[in-house]
Design a protein around this ligand. Structure first.
Ligand SMILES: Nc1ncnc2c1ncn2[C@@H]1O[C@H](COP(=O)(O)OP(=O)(O)O)[C@@H](O)[C@H]1O
Ligand SMILES: [Mg+2]
Length: 249
């Protein structure tokens, strides 16, 4: 069983208000792989992540996590086993950093306070926040908030982590520190599915790039291939557009 993909997405479809947003999406994620999902806004990228972790279950199709469908596992197991890092951090503003990283370990995994503290401190050290344990989120920069939410995800020992545009809410000078943490994680063998247009991460750390448009995967492949000789005109158009946007930013 350990040779199976850690995540297998099969013909996932999702309709909102009569509009089919995901029109049959299929791909696999192997243990230790990191894949990056790119594509125009409104194309279903966030919906795909939300279908994977049951925030909004698919209308049809299958999401299989380590051999068992997410529906069979249920919401609590999925919360424990799939980390989620959001664009907007989603830290609890009334809790200090250390408590943010301890909370789900205590409530979802039932860890002792001592064990939760130990794991929280390990992961906060890994993301460079050992000096911010007692800070409230409002006292952190955007980059520090996002690193705290990555530590929170890691402390759960998830099978994989989903990232939804983790640097989009950050000032440009703060994206580098978050991208560096994500590169380190990918290189350390964490399994990751990342929605992002950070080409630096894609080139340095993604095993594969998935290009989505209009609710389908147009093409996917290693960054070296997809970025230099994409198969589809839609992919090259999109790549040209984001490279212009980045030059102007
Ligand atoms: N909860 C929802 N209710 C209704 N429409 C939604 C909902 N979530 C997403 N959509 C619609 O689905 C489409 C895809 O959205 P989304 O997955 O957020 O795209 P992306 O992340 O690629 O920008 C959009 O047209 C969006 O308006
Ligand atoms: Mg989105």
């Amino acid at each position: 069983m350990s040779d199976n993909p850690i995540l297998s997405v099969r013909d996932v479809r999702k309709t909102y208000g009569g509009v089919e947003v995901l029109k049959g999406v299929s791909f696999d994620l192997e243990r230790g792989q990191s894949k990056i999902v790119i594509g125009p806004s409104g194309t279903g990228k966030s919906t795909l992540l939300r279908c994977i972790n049951l925030l909004s279950p698919p209308d049809s199709g299958n999401v299989v996590l380590d051999g068992v469908t997410v529906e069979e596992r249920g919401i609590n197991q999925i919360r424990a086993q799939i980390g989620f890092v959001f664009q907007e951090f989603n830290l609890f503003t009334h809790l200090r950093v250390l408590d943010n990283v301890r909370l789900a370990q205590r409530n979802v995994l039932g860890r002792s306070k001592q064990e939760a503290t130990r794991r929280a401190m390990e992961e906060l050290e890994r993301v460079g926040l050992s000096d911010k344990l007692e800070a409230y989120p409002a006292e952190l920069s955007g980059g520090q908030k996002q690193r705290a939410s990555i530590a929170r995800a890691l402390a759960m020992d998830p099978k994989l982590i989903l990232f939804d545009e983790p640097t989009s809410a950050l000032d440009p000078e703060l994206t580098g520190e978050v991208v560096q943490v994500m590169k380190d994680l990918a290189n350390a063998g964490m399994t990751m599915l990342v929605v992002s247009h950070e080409m630096g991460f894609a080139r340095a750390a993604a095993d594969e790039v998935i290009f989505m448009e209009g609710g389908v995967i147009v093409e996917q492949g290693p960054p070296s291939t997809l970025f230099t000789c994409p198969e589809h005109a839609r992919t090259s158009q999109f790549l040209r557009m984001i490279s212009h946007e980045h030059q102007e930013a």
